[in-house]
Design a protein. Structure first.
Lengths: 196, 249
């Protein structure tokens, strides 16, 4: 992680139009931006495009950024807004609702042994499905707090909400998620019960 | 006021989410260099106009090139569905039998809720006689209205589309046959197609590539386009399609 003083210096240089300084800042945060975009958009290519858009927007609006504040929540706020806007596209919509008959590709090279890592990955994907049944605001709270593992204060900055509101929103989202898992995701429910 | 969530559940969510398989992070140059901003201002309605116009333009340009014209696909249109049929003979499925999965997608609701929600009169199949009510009902209202009804045991999926356009790209091994459904023109589309539902269930994850494999009967009645997805033969699909009756009858 880059030291705070270095970050300040990089931001000052980036504000003056130094692209190398901007690139150094992006390297620090691009993974978080890309991951949040991917969780919201559910598509790698769209997430890549959204991340590009985020960094362009951020660079163009760098003058409005308060250099006394951390950069990551500001970028993630732009990322959440950008991904939300992109989610409303006809192409993505149809890919979600078309073709419920599917089958795995018959390619033995793709087969993996069932190990704990694979099971953990599949559980996390099921959890993602369960989260996606919640309202968009609840989804974002869970993505930020638990998928990206942001602290409450930083989540509050990203969502532009008081910390208390983030606490209550996250708590409500977890309650809703708990109910969805009980009702529709028996495999996750079993895993949770066995985790105790 | 509802009870607080158990701390154990919160911890389990954090731990489970921590194993999430994000796609590989692209190289920095791809993210930061030559940014391609999303075109603002193309709202849903405008996009629905823009998409077919762009497709038309692309088709005209491609048809002007002789080698492309020789191999280019046929474009069929029925109701709100545009089908692009690629070159190549239809290939029978040789892989394991298709699996039907009922997704947990947003928009899921009860049949009664869907009837209240939809702007059009809902009709569902009365055949097969033992079909019963659908196991999954999904309604989407972002681009006109679309309702999706899924019967897991049959298995059968009926989509009713009240919107301007649906583009279905079809791979080279597919085939679309003109048919008649209750006196209306339609198409029977068969064969595996490789692009539609790649991420319906699990998202685009390496090692979990999928192909769409159900046969699809597409026809239009008035402003509505119907899309019946099934693994049954054509005659059965038409019989199901022609059995549609007002829901609740």
């Amino acid at each position: 992680m880059i030291e705070n003083q270095v970050v300040d210096s990089l931001i000052t240089r980036a504000k003056a139009g130094d692209e190398e300084a901007w690139q150094a800042l992006l390297d620090e945060h691009r993974q978080a931006v890309f991951r949040l975009a991917y969780l919201i958009l559910r598509d790698q290519q769209e997430a890549e495009d959204a991340a590009q858009e985020v960094f362009l927007r951020a660079f163009l609006h760098l003058d409005s950024f308060d250099a006394g504040r951390p950069l990551r929540p500001w970028l993630l706020r732009i990322a959440a807004n950008t991904a939300r806007n992109r989610r409303r596209s006809a192409g993505r919509y149809w890919r979600l609702v078309s073709g419920l008959f599917t089958r795995p590709q018959a390619d033995p090279a793709h087969e993996e042994p069932i190990g704990e890592a694979v099971q953990a990955r599949e559980r996390s994907l099921l959890l993602w499905q369960a989260v996606r049944t919640l309202a968009p605001a609840a989804q974002e709270a869970i993505y930020l707090r638990y998928f990206l593992d942001l602290p409450e204060a930083e989540t509050a900055e990203v969502l532009d909400l008081p910390v208390g509101t983030v606490k209550s929103r996250t708590s409500r989202a977890l309650q809703q998620l708990r109910a969805v898992i009980r009702r529709d995701f028996p495999a996750l429910e079993d895993d949770f019960e066995q985790s105790g | 006021m509802s009870s607080p969530v158990e701390p154990r559940f919160e911890q389990w969510v954090r731990q489970t989410a921590g194993a999430f398989p994000y796609p590989t992070l692209p190289p920095a140059a791809k993210l930061a260099d030559r940014p391609r901003p999303h075109r603002p201002g193309l709202t849903g309605g405008l996009r629905l106009v823009w998409v077919p116009l762009a497709l038309l333009l692309l088709t005209v340009v491609l048809l002007a090139v002789p080698p492309v014209r020789a191999t280019l696909l046929e474009i069929l249109r029925i109701g709100s569905v545009e089908i692009q049929v690629g070159p190549g003979a239809p290939t029978p499925a040789s892989a394991p039998p298709p699996r039907f999965e009922l997704p947990n997608l947003p928009g899921r609701m009860s049949l009664a809720e869907a009837e209240r929600w939809l702007n059009f009169d809902l009709r569902l199949p009365a055949y097969p006689e033992d079909l019963g009510p659908p196991d999954g009902v999904y309604v989407y209202s972002e681009f006109g209205q679309t309702a999706v009804f899924a019967w897991q045991r049959a298995p059968l999926v009926l989509q009713i589309i009240d919107t301007n356009i649906l583009v279905t790209k079809i791979g080279p091994a597919s085939y679309a046959e003109p048919v008649e459904v209750g006196g209306q023109e339609g198409f029977w589309v068969t064969g595996p197609r490789s692009l539609q539902t790649y991420d319906t269930q699990l998202g685009p994850i390496e090692g979990f590539g999928r192909v769409v494999d159900g046969n699809v009967l597409i026809w239009a009645e008035g402003d509505l386009t119907y899309r019946l997805e099934t693994d049954r033969p054509l005659a059965e699909a038409i019989r199901i399609a022609e059995s549609l009756q007002p829901a609740g009858d």
